[in-house]
Ligand binder design. Structure first.
Ligand code: ATP
Length: 324
């Protein structure tokens, strides 16, 4: 008899992801102990030896709840029990910048970067299609641009570490069933049920209400929207990279800029500002719009000051980014 269908589905997803990891590179699963990453850990433990690949796991103790260290130890034991080696926990200190969720995420990724870099490993994350749908819906409700509505990519690199999300096409019900079928007991983080978080309210109230209003399959539809937007934004980014090189780095030809569609021009302006030293995370849409007005609605305004002490101003038919 073959494995339970949910177990088989998660394993196939992991097998496909492993095929994308450079040969010989070890793989680490980031496991919180929740159903998604636990099902992912079990599938990795099954698939990695068959692919001839070393595989381990890491869990992060954010230290935000009572008993978190003991729970991290339990996740480590679970991972060893599955056959993942090495398996370890990393305790992190969560700061305050950007709010509690963002601070926990920053601390978690920094710790995952370190753990993976030490082993020269790639990292698997357990985000599912439901997480993707929530991200897109939150972005829509907040009026985000295409970059944000494009949701989470299946694969990305940060700090030279390759990250993969093998479960992005699977729903949460599948990971829960896969855990149950293998006798794995996931830990349900109370934060995931806390209505103080907008994401929890979207999961609990908004998505079910949408399903009632427009019919089943809303999460899959939102994930499809994200995938299409990701392709579109990748094309626009590529166009902007070429236009940026053509317009001239941090000293840009105003005529070339003015001839570009706004979606491409604002991307070029953003790139130029960052190249001149403006920290990418601090550059808001409003800043870029103000610089854009120097190009398309100039009526004598002198310059625009940007974060990172960068200044954009017009001179002799050029838009110049430099130190303020
Ligand atoms: N404490 C943690 N330790 C290790 N990895 C984590 C931790 N928290 C989150 N992750 C990783 O990030 C992914 C997404 O995080 P998120 O907070 O949405 O997950 P979760 O609901 O806590 O757990 P799960 O996704 O396993 O059900 C997880 O699937 C996991 O891969």
């Amino acid at each position: 008899m073959g494995p339970d269908p949910a177990v088989a589905t998660v394993r196939v997803a992991v097998r496909h992801a492993l095929a994308e990891v450079p040969s010989g590179m070890p793989v680490l699963v980031a496991c919180s102990g929740g159903a998604d990453s636990l099902a992912l850990a079990a599938a990795l433990a099954f698939e990695a030896p068959r692919a001839g690949r070393p595989a381990g796991g890491v869990t992060i103790d954010h230290g935000l709840q009572e008993g978190s260290a003991a729970r991290a130890d339990a996740v480590v034991r679970l991972m060893y029990g599955l056959g993942l080696d090495p398996a370890g926990s990393v305790a992190v200190t969560v700061g305050r910048a950007g709010g509690p969720e963002a601070a926990a995420r920053d601390a978690r990724y920094a710790a995952l970067d370190d753990a993976a870099a030490r082993l020269g490993a790639a990292v698997l994350l357990g985000h599912t299609r439901d997480d993707q749908a929530e991200t897109v819906l939150l972005g829509l409700a907040r009026g985000s641009g295409a970059r944000s509505l494009a949701g989470m990519p299946v694969e990305f690199v940060r700090s030279d570490v390759r990250y993969f999300r093998p479960l992005l096409d699977l729903d949460r019900a599948t990971t829960r069933r896969a855990c149950a079928a293998q006798g794995l007991e996931p830990w349900d983080d109370p934060h995931n049920e806390d209505p103080a978080y907008a994401r929890v309210r979207v999961r609990r109230d908004a998505l079910p209400a949408l399903e009632t209003a427009v019919g089943p399959g809303v999460a899959a539809a939102l994930a499809r929207t994200a995938r299409m937007l990701r392709e579109d934004t990748a094309a626009l980014d590529e166009w902007a990279a070429r236009a940026h090189a053509q317009a001239g780095g941090t000293d840009l030809d105003l005529e070339v800029l003015a001839a570009l569609p706004r979606a491409v021009r604002t991307r070029v302006l953003r790139r130029a500002a960052v190249e001149a030293g403006c920290p990418a995370g601090t550059l808001a849409a409003g800043h870029v719009d103000e610089v854009d007005r120097l190009v398309t609605a100039w009526h004598g305004q002198r310059h625009v000051d940007l974060p990172g002490r960068v200044r954009a101003g017009r001179r002799c038919g050029r838009l110049i980014f430099g130190p303020a």
